[in-house]
Design a protein around this ligand. Structure first.
Ligand SMILES: C[S@@+](CC[C@H](N)C(=O)[O-])C[C@H]1O[C@@H](n2cnc3c(N)ncnc32)[C@H](O)[C@@H]1O
Ligand code: SF4
Length: 333
């Protein structure tokens, strides 16, 4: 069964959060004021086990999923995450990737590659050390992230670099990032600061529209558009006219792409969400731990997908900002 939802969208991508913990406190994601000493993270027994995650992943693949991304929190903080990678790598024809802040990547790149990981996405918002340390809010140096990128590359893992842009915080470094990654094997993508969760104090004024990001790069390194490679590709792609490669922009706020969204998401405790901006999920862990068979699990997920009608980003208004919703560190982006 390959279900389509109420808007005709198939399920192609699955993002699996493997932990809600992180060693960074990026202000746009896990501000220290909220995720401080007293914050209650999930207990180990609340998390889906690797075996449970594999069952969920296989159910999604039966429903049409072709790409799985491990995320978090910081996925490399999950103990022996490479064991999970190895399990998922046994699933046929699956593109398996992981999104990381790269703080532990230099140490882990080789084992992840050996376990069967296909690619990594590294989050890196600024090349300026002071700006980067301020943005991660734990004084983590940018040089260590760059080392992680190199280690991944040397281990044979293709790397995409993602930069969230926040006006007045790191937008002065947009061109510098482009300059650094132009002509390298690593694809750089800029992400508009999104109103995910309720703790990051999001304001529309803080968003640098993708069109403006492209303009600023184009003024220094002329660009031309590239066609989307596949349905549901979130990044608009641009290539340098001088042949130095491509950059992407992800305009989830200013030009939403809900109509093509083929993504589903699982939180670390096994709740299924069909939108980044959802308030409620479906408890797959309860289903699994009550003894559901693989067929029952697949059927339950398929039924959720058939009912799916989410298009939050397309109907975003000042008022939708007040609605309850989950945090990015909980669902993993
Ligand atoms: C939640 S993180 C989880 C994985 C890992 N810790 C990392 O940072 O790559 C996944 C992605 O979401 C992005 N992100 C977090 N909060 C965001 C926001 N408010 N707007 C846009 N992107 C955001 C991060 O920059 C990162 O690229
Ligand atoms: S964006 Fe990633 S690294 Fe930053 S706080 Fe969120 S989960 Fe951690």
């Amino acid at each position: 069964m390959h279900p389509v939802d109420t808007m005709g969208r198939p399920v192609r991508d699955l993002r699996i959060s493997v932990t809600d913990r992180c060693n960074f406190r990026c202000s746009y994601c896990m501000p220290k004021s909220v995720f401080g000493q007293d914050y209650r993270f999930m207990d180990r027994k609340e998390l889906l086990s690797f075996e449970e995650i594999e069952r969920v992943a296989r159910a999604f693949v039966r429903l049409g999923v072709e790409k799985i991304r491990l995320t978090g929190g910081e996925p490399l903080l999950r103990r022996e995450v490479e064991g999970l990678v190895a399990r998922l790598a046994t699933i046929d024809r699956l593109d398996l990737t992981l999104t990381t802040n790269a703080s532990l990547l230099a140490r882990k790149a080789r084992v992840l590659k050996d376990a069967g990981l296909n690619r990594v996405n590294v989050s890196l918002d600024s090349l300026d050390d002071a700006t980067f340390r301020a943005m991660n809010d734990v004084d983590f140096p940018v040089a260590r992230v760059l080392e992680g990128i190199e280690a991944a590359s040397e281990a044979g893992l293709p790397v995409k670099v993602n930069a969230v842009v926040k006006r007045g915080v790191n937008d002065d470094g947009i061109v510098e990032l482009a300059r650094h990654f132009r002509g390298s094997p690593h694809t750089l993508r800029y992400i508009e600061f999104m109103d995910v969760g309720t703790t990051n104090g999001w304001r529309l004024d803080d968003v640098v529209p993708a069109a403006e990001i492209v303009e600023r790069i184009d003024a220094v390194f002329p660009l031309e558009p590239v066609d989307a490679a596949y349905r549901g590709e979130v990044a608009q792609r641009w290539r340098y006219r001088d042949g130095a490669g491509e950059v992407g922009v992800i305009s989830s706020v200013t030009q939403p792409f809900c109509g093509d969204c083929t993504r589903s998401r699982i939180s670390a405790e096994g709740k299924l969400y069909t939108c980044l901006f959802a308030a409620r999920g479906t408890d797959l862990r309860a289903l699994i731990r009550s003894g559901a068979t693989d067929d029952e699990l697949t059927e339950a997920i398929g039924a959720v997908w058939l009912r799916r009608a989410d298009r939050y980003s397309e109907i975003r208004t000042e008022r939708t900002r007040e609605l309850p919703r989950i945090e990015m560190s909980y669902i993993g982006g």
